[in-house]
Design a protein around this ligand. Structure first.
Ligand code: ADP
Ligand code: MG
Length: 414
């Protein structure tokens, strides 16, 4: 089973820090000052709610991008990627993209966004390495942006509010790299706390840590539960066009409902309640009604999930995950046969409390809440069977709820 091999080959954090520092030293001929590390994330529930200004509930995972760095006095930035075995350098006074090393654009983008935000930056040397799977929907890009922001913040003597830091990362990705994304990923990478999920109100950007009863994380209620991420191996071919279409559909549905609902402002589907939809759903054509129903009910499910987690009702939380998947499949229509298969195999497995697709859909990953003693069987009964039936490279990651951005000072070797 590939998932189990994956677990064994994941190097410990100490080992990664040591290797990264050694690579920095051999590249730049001096020791790094520190290492900034930021995690990938999965969204537990609240899918496609960010642009509808609702709530989302991501959790930072114990896979991260690490950036070892030391300041430079000359306004130059020299980067080395261990994973791409490639260097890329730029001048802070003249920041453009590097088509030869597109991974560096995320770092260039945050330097650009910081300067645009009026911050004075120091140059730096940096070596970076990550173990967040790339392009699976676990947001390696936000991890890289947030870790790079942590490095620039430290060398430049800045003290950024963590929410502002997340906004700078989002700005880098939107305006510099050129990818439309919401604020969830960067906030999760910047603000999460180990053992907790992060409830984010995507309208106000208020946020709150919600304790998770994951036994394996050594925190929370010790309910003996594991969070299992299963990667379908399907890369999201339809995603861009369908994602933009869903955004337009939601906007249109909100406009039509705003006209029907008198006496209360409706600027996004966030403002629509289940009873509004029951009364005024007739104002929408059938496909928009389905989209709106997903958003309105998913928003309710997020808040009920938080309540269930707070009271330790993990069965109720699992049911919310299942209902979310059905809604994404039938009403929002962003699933695909592979994601449905992973979820259905999980549903049929003993010890699985809930399972659903996570991320924008059309490929990427599912998450499942699994009793710790059933995780191994999950590998056989879900991931191995999925691989056999589809011929795809499915993988699984058993995740802990990790901290957001952290700065590691390195111990000097004697
Ligand atoms: P994801 O869903 O993982 O965020 P994206 O396409 O948004 O996928 O971002 C992936 C990109 O982020 C990679 O193509 C690469 O440019 C950059 N990236 C991710 N991980 C690393 C890494 N370990 N080292 C360098 N760049 C990375
Ligand atoms: Mg990304």
């Amino acid at each position: 089973m590939r998932g189990a091999e994956d677990l064994e080959t994941q190097a410990s954090q100490e080992e990664r820090l040591r290797r990264l520092a050694a690579a920095f030293e051999s590249r730049f001929g001096r020791s790094p000052a520190a290492v900034a590390a930021a995690p990938g994330r999965v969204n537990l529930i609240g899918e496609h709610l960010d642009y509808n200004e609702g709530h989302v509930l991501p959790v930072a995972i114990d896979r991260s991008i690490m950036v070892a760095f030391a300041p430079r006095p000359d306004g130059q930035v020299r980067l080395y990627s261990l994973d791409f075995e490639q260097e890329s350098a730029f001048d802070l006074e003249d920041i453009g993209k590097d088509p030869e090393a597109p991974w560096s654009d995320y770092v260039r983008g945050v330097a650009w966004a910081l300067r645009e935000g009026g911050h004075h930056l120091s140059g730096l040397d940096a070596a970076l390495q990550g173990d967040v799977p790339v392009g699976s929907g676990l947001s390696s890009s936000a991890a890289l942006e947030v870790a790079a922001l942590g490095a620039f913040e430290a060398v430049s003597g800045l003290r950024l509010d963590r929410r502002d830091l997340a906004l700078l990362g989002q700005r880098a990705e939107n305006a510099f790299v050129g990818v439309a994304c919401g604020i969830m990923d960067q906030m999760a990478a910047a603000l999460s706390r180990a053992g907790h999920a992060l409830l984010i109100d995507c309208r106000s950007l208020e946020h709150e840590a919600v304790p998770l009863p994951l036994g394996a994380s050594g925190s929370g209620g010790g309910g003996g539960l594991s969070l299992v991420v299963a990667d379908s191996g399907v890369r999201r071919a339809l995603l861009d066009s369908q994602y933009n279409l869903r955004r337009q559909e939601c906007q249109r549905a909100a406009e039509l409902l705003a006209a029907a609902i008198a006496g209360r402002p409706v600027t996004a589907l966030r403002d629509v309640r289940p009873e509004d939809l029951a009364r005024h759903g007739g104002a929408l054509p059938p496909n928009l009604l389905r989209r709106a129903r997903h958003v309105v009910e998913e928003e309710r499910r997020v808040l009920l999930s938080v309540e269930a987690l707070r009271t330790g009702d993990v069965e109720a939380f699992g049911e919310m995950l299942n209902a979310s998947h059905r809604s994404l499949r039938d009403d929002y229509e962003v699933s695909c046969p592979e994601l449905d298969l992973l979820v259905e195999l999980a549903w049929a497995q003993p010890g699985v409390l809930g399972s659903r697709l996570t991320g924008a859909g059309f490929g990427g990953c599912t998450i499942s809440l699994v009793r710790a003693e059933a995780v191994e069987v999950f590998g056989e009964g879900v991931v191995a069977r999925y691989c056999a039936e589809t011929g795809r490279e499915g993988r699984m990651y058993v995740c802990r709820a990790a901290d957001g951005l952290r700065l590691h000072r390195l111990q000097r070797s004697p």
